[in-house]
Design a protein around this ligand. Structure first.
Ligand SMILES: Nc1ncnc2c1ncn2[C@@H]1O[C@H](COP(=O)(O)OP(=O)(O)O)[C@@H](O)[C@H]1O
Ligand SMILES: N[C@@H](CCOP(=O)(O)O)C(=O)O
Length: 322
């Protein structure tokens, strides 16, 4: 996060009484940009994460509770939120929905190894397969309709070269979608960046932040995750060895269609574009609402703009073993 809603230790202790838990400490979490999160220390040495939802509707929040429970039961490393003594999961703090979930151990892989990349990709494929039969339809709030809308809204404030770049990717994307129609859809995570995962060595211990979960193209999820896990940080250029390892590992669990393989280079560019647009929007909002301070994280839109240009100018052509 960022901490938008400040809570006191006493307020969290009061919340924890519903769960018959004793809270001894509270630490704001700076990572993340949508919700307010705190690590919560219990007197029995366990730790929880308190999330105060800043944006998501109550309907959306309630959809995720059984979904996370289902994923946990299927063996995926997710933090299903806790029910209190009466089974209630969502409480309210400062009129906003709030939940407690177990803290998963591990660290986000800031410079992922090839093994971590492969582990991420095979888990992503597993996630897509596991969600195939899950009975939920949820539109993507940051899907194609939103891309077009936010592009049109932002156009007037962008420089001429930025406008040209946007027009180029949207035109190329429309063409590729028409050319390669064989692209399966399903429920996707929608935001699997490194900072929404935790690793202990090469073991993936946490998939976090399902707030963008929605019905959309699986290839979009692959492109979002691959872009972030397989870049040569701090440079955004693609690391070809990692990208190929990602594709191999994913393909072994859920074979990519020919359409997906051919469309991937353009999807990588569009995935970067989607986050360029959303970061520009967040930047505008933070300025308009004067949301600043040491606990407010602002991700750099320029990074995604550079990534978009890179993916367009140096496309990554994949090879999938038969
Ligand atoms: N269950 C959890 N276990 C461990 N760390 C967590 C957990 N939930 C959140 N975090 C930490 O909090 C950060 C922000 O959480 P996230 O859900 O991504 O918030 P936001 O919705 O604001 O992006 C994560 O990057 C991670 O460091
Ligand atoms: N991953 C997105 C921002 C979404 O932030 P999160 O903290 O809610 O995961 C980006 O990098 O722009």
């Amino acid at each position: 996060m960022s901490v938008y809603t400040t809570v006191t230790l006493e307020q969290v202790q009061q919340l924890a009484r519903h769960y018959q838990l004793n809270v001894t400490g509270l630490t704001p979490i700076q990572a993340g940009i949508e919700n307010t999160n705190y690590f919560v220390q219990l007197d029995n040495q366990q730790q929880l994460v308190l999330t105060i939802f800043e944006e998501m509707s109550l309907i959306g929040i309630n959809e995720l509770i059984p979904l996370l429970e289902y994923l946990k039961q299927q063996g995926l490393p997710v933090a299903a939120p806790l029910g209190d003594q009466s089974g209630q999961v969502i409480h309210f703090m400062h009129t906003k929905p709030a939940q407690l979930a177990p803290r998963l151990m591990g660290q986000p892989p800031m410079q992922p190894t090839v093994l971590q990349v492969s582990e991420m990709a095979s888990t992503l494929a597993q996630l897509h397969i596991t969600l195939r039969t899950y009975p939920l339809h949820r539109d993507n709030n940051h899907g194609q309709v939103w891309w077009q809308h936010s592009r049109d809204e932002l156009m007037p404030v962008l420089s001429q070269p930025d406008q040209a770049l946007l027009l180029q990717i949207f035109a190329q994307f429309a063409q590729v979608q028409q050319q390669y129609p064989e692209r399966p859809s399903g429920l996707i995570h929608g935001d699997l960046f490194r900072d929404n995962t935790l690793f202990d060595g090469n073991v993936l211990t946490g998939l976090l932040d399902f707030s963008e979960l929605a019905y959309d193209e699986l290839l979009l999820d692959i492109a979002i995750c691959l872009n972030d896990f397989c870049s040569q940080w701090p440079d955004v250029a693609l690391d070809n060895e990692k990208a190929q390892a990602f594709i191999n590992a994913y393909h072994q669990v859920r074979p990519l269609t020919m359409g997906e393989q051919q469309a991937l280079p353009t999807y990588l560019a569009m995935a970067a574009c989607r986050f360029w647009l959303s970061r520009l929007q967040v930047q505008q909002r933070n300025q308009q609402e004067a949301r600043t301070g040491e606990h407010i994280l602002q991700k750099d839109p320029a990074e995604m703009r550079t990534m978009l240009a890179d993916r367009l100018h140096s496309p990554f052509f994949i090879h999938c073993a038969e």
